[in-house]
Design a protein around this ligand. Structure first.
Ligand code: NAP
Length: 246
């Protein structure tokens, strides 16, 4: 197992892609810290992973609140001594055309998707710097690269994550820390399940592989970026999108 003795913190871990990432890292021996806003869902996932022999610890926190993020980080470091992998995965959508977009929907999407990554990176980084080791993986989106009708807020947050990651990668490269993005295409999760059938059909038409991606297919890219095989890769974006954007 490649992550024995490693500690991996995954945000938005109680369903979808985040849950799959936690499972994939945990199956490689990492102790996984599951962070999400809904305690019940988190505890169910922690139990499901523990039943597979994975050491999974649930921590309830809203990634938009820096005080909660710092409290989780300090509690984990106190208990386990370090955080080796940080996966900023928590994300939301609040879609509408810009002309109709409410200011609160702009602010919330940017707060969860972009500021959430700032908050956790800011809190965890000092421990990674002391350890002279770390892997930060930010979950962006194909929409951050190509744009999407009705998603100016989401696209701005996901494109922002790419600029954030490249800048932070430059700041910490000499400290043994890599910072990369994974940009999923259309992945079958609760987030996409709620889209209307005609939108799903339109997406399928522009995906050369003619199918939606699976959460585990994103999780495997994250696993690679956290592994020693990716030690010399930083400031990059790995697309996991079935060829939807090349
Ligand atoms: P999901 O099924 O909606 O899961 C996201 C998780 O994040 C949920 O458990 C959600 O909790 C949690 N969350 C929301 N706000 C939070 C907050 N403030 N603090 C902590 N946790 C919070 O989404 P997904 O499809 O797995 O997507 C995961 C990531 O991949 C997101 O960043 C998304 O933008 C990105 N992505 C997804 C796709 C796709 O096709 N699915 C494509 C590209 C990128 P609640 O359910 O309680 O809100």
């Amino acid at each position: 197992m490649i992550f024995s003795q490693k500690v991996s913190l995954v945000t938005g871990a109680s369903q979808g892609i985040g849950e799959a990432i936690a499972e994939e890292l945990g199956k490689e021996g990492a102790t996984v810290i599951l962070v999400d806003i809904q305690k019940d869902k988190l505890e169910q996932v922690a139990k499901r992973l523990s039943d597979q022999g994975i050491k999974a610890l649930p921590y309830e926190a809203d990634v938009t609140h820096f005080d909660q993020v710092c409290a989780v980080t300090e509690a984990v470091v106190k208990e386990l001594g370090k955080i080796d992998h940080l996966v900023n995965n928590a994300g939301i959508t609040r879609d509408s055309l810009l002309l109709r977009m409410k200011e609160e929907d702009w602010d919330l999407v940017l707060a969860v998707n972009l500021k959430g990554a700032f908050n956790f990176s800011r809190a965890v980084l000092k421990h990674m710097i002391s350890a002279r080791y770390g892997r930060i993986v930010n979950i962006s989106s194909v929409v951050g690269l190509m744009g999407n009708f009705g998603q100016t807020n989401y696209a701005a947050s996901k494109a922002g994550l790419i600029g954030f990651s490249k800048s932070l990668a430059r700041e910490v490269a000499a400290r043994g820390i890599t910072v990369n993005c994974v940009a999923p295409g259309y992945i079958a999760t609760p987030m996409t399940e709620k889209l209307p059938d005609e939108v799903k059909k339109a997406f399928l038409e522009i995906i050369p592989m003619k199918r939606f991606g699976l959460p585990v297919e994103v999780a495997r890219a994250v696993k690679f970026l956290c592994s020693d095989d990716a030690a010399y890769i930083t400031g990059q974006v790995i697309n996991v999108n079935g060829g939807m954007y090349m």
